[in-house]
Ligand binder design. Structure first.
Ligand SMILES: Cc1cc2nc3c(=O)[nH]c(=O)nc-3n(C[C@H](O)[C@H](O)[C@H](O)COP(=O)(O)OP(=O)(O)OC[C@H]3O[C@@H](n4cnc5c(N)ncnc54)[C@H](O)[C@@H]3O)c2cc1C
Length: 416
């Protein structure tokens, strides 16, 4: 973390989170990776007891009234334990609560958010369907209007907390005749009759988070549990992308930083050819590359966090957040790759935790919107910005394209 960026209050908060991280028994980390613990209930209870969940929400709802910079710092630090700790920490407290507090009712905040932030209730976000996750608006899960309640039918898959969560934020198609953007509604659905976990996945990594497939069979949900307005799910989805993707970027730094730290310890002790291996450029340059990528990732995360705190407009936030999610998740996978490489064969074993972080972090560029989806958003927003930038440049009377020796070669400037 960049200490020089932090206020005294933020440094104290970081130390509190480090204390939570120190509290987690090693056996819990190992048991989660083995799927012997299916959901980290005890960890989330402890985080809630320490008032570390959702620090950016108002104190009256159980947060601390802090900002996105503080939130990212918390997520980064929690991530040093392992990706799935940060995933489960983030999904309930940072995503689902964000949606309810922004779009939901006071009753929903009191019934769901406040106990969740105390560590007494757990939540999951159910967006992806077996049919596909990237095409969110193609959702096929249905919600049939029955007056004072809606009946849900369908399936969601790859849901962190499918096992373990008490309630779910679920998106369903409630108007079969409307255009996609007007057809979907967000609901809070309690675990209860008609909600079943059909499949618990054998994951490559990020285990212990209860990731599974959820079935909803004739589940009656009172209209009081609609988040936002009926058919207004798009509005909830749009704002959720901030905690979902900025949070993902911040938490991804944690395991990468942990892996590099372990590699630092190894390379300064391990000897080859009579010298510690950090004396070889082949090793130290890989560490240098990893350190640079890690700091560049932090620069992006905390700059974007500050931009969001300062309320930049939606389009700019969307572009910065997508760039950050893409760059940081790819960079941090490279960091863990380098950390493993400089350890030689032992880095590939479970004697050190690097292989676990390597497996876990592969998820980072897939979930919360794949990095291809991030590229689509970045490209779209960049071209929108480009049109504005060009107009500004013309107003400033400088044509950058003209700064070439043969700029006037009209015959060579062929576009079709
Ligand atoms: C361990 C794990 C945990 C998860 N947790 C959750 C969770 O808690 N809640 C939740 O709702 N979801 C969760 N997900 C789902 C995750 O967000 C989706 O897997 C992801 O969004 C991709 O959707 P998909 O798997 O259906 O792939 P698809 O959408 O089918 O995409 C397949 C491939 O096609 C590419 N692609 C698709 N459309 C385009 C396009 N237009 N242009 C270019 N490329 C494209 C994608 O980038 C990808 O490479 C989780 C997934 C995993 C693996």
């Amino acid at each position: 973390m960049f200490d020089f960026l932090l206020t005294g209050e933020q440094r104290a908060l970081r130390d509190e989170v480090a204390d939570l991280v120190a509290w987690v028994p090693r056996d819990m980390v190992v048991a989660m990776d083995r799927d012997e613990i299916r959901f980290p209930t005890e960890f989330l209870r402890e985080a809630g007891r320490r008032n570390l969940l959702g620090v950016r929400y108002p104190e009256s709802d159980g947060g601390r009234g802090l900002d996105w910079v503080s939130t990212c710092m918390v997520m980064e630090e929690v991530g040093t334990l392992g990706y799935i700790f940060a995933c489960t920490f983030g999904v309930g407290a940072e995503l689902v609560c964000d949606a309810i507090l922004r779009h939901g009712t006071r009753e929903q905040a009191e019934r769901y958010v406040q106990p969740l932030l105390r560590g007494e209730l757990f939540a999951a976000e159910a967006l992806t369907e077996p049919r596909g996750g990237s095409d969110f608006f193609g959702a096929t899960m249905t919600g049939e209007d029955r007056g004072d309640h809606v009946v849900l039918n369908g399936q969601k898959r790859f849901i962190v907390g499918a096992e373990g969560a008490d309630f779910f934020l679920v998106y369903a198609r409630t108007d079969p005749d409307a255009a996609d953007h007007e057809a979907i509604t967000a609901f809070i659905v309690d675990r209860g009759p008609g909600v079943t976990v059909e499949h618990h996945y054998g994951l490559m990594g990020s285990r212990g988070g209860g990731t599974g497939r959820l079935r909803f069979d004739d589940v009656a949900v009172p209209k009081a549990n609609i988040v936002g307005r009926l058919h207004g799910g798009v509005e909830v989805f749009a704002t959720m992308m901030i905690p979902e993707r900025l949070g993902t970027a911040a938490m991804t730094i944690g395991p990468a930083a942990a892996a590099l730290e372990v590699a630092g310890g190894y390379t300064t002790r391990r000897k080859a050819f009579g010298r510690t291996i950090n004396r070889f450029q082949g090793v130290s340059f890989q560490v240098a590359e990893a350190a640079t990528l890690l700091d560049a990732s932090r620069s992006m995360v905390y700059t974007t966090a500050r931009a969001v705190d300062q309320g930049v407009d939606d389009a700019l936030a969307r572009k910065h957040i997508s760039e950050t999610k893409k760059f940081v998740t790819e960079s941090c996978q490279q960091v863990v790759h380098n950390a493993m490489q400089v350890m030689g064969g032992i880095g590939y074993t479970d004697v050190y935790p690097i292989e676990r972080h390597y497996r876990d972090l592969r998820l980072a560029s897939i979930w919360t919107g794949t990095n291809e989806v991030m590229s689509m958003i970045i490209a779209h927003e960049w071209y929108e910005e480009y049109a504005t930038r060009l107009a500004q440049r013309r107003a400033a009377r400088r044509d950058l394209e003209a700064d070439a020796v043969h700029a006037g070669a009209a015959d060579e400037k062929v576009y079709e």
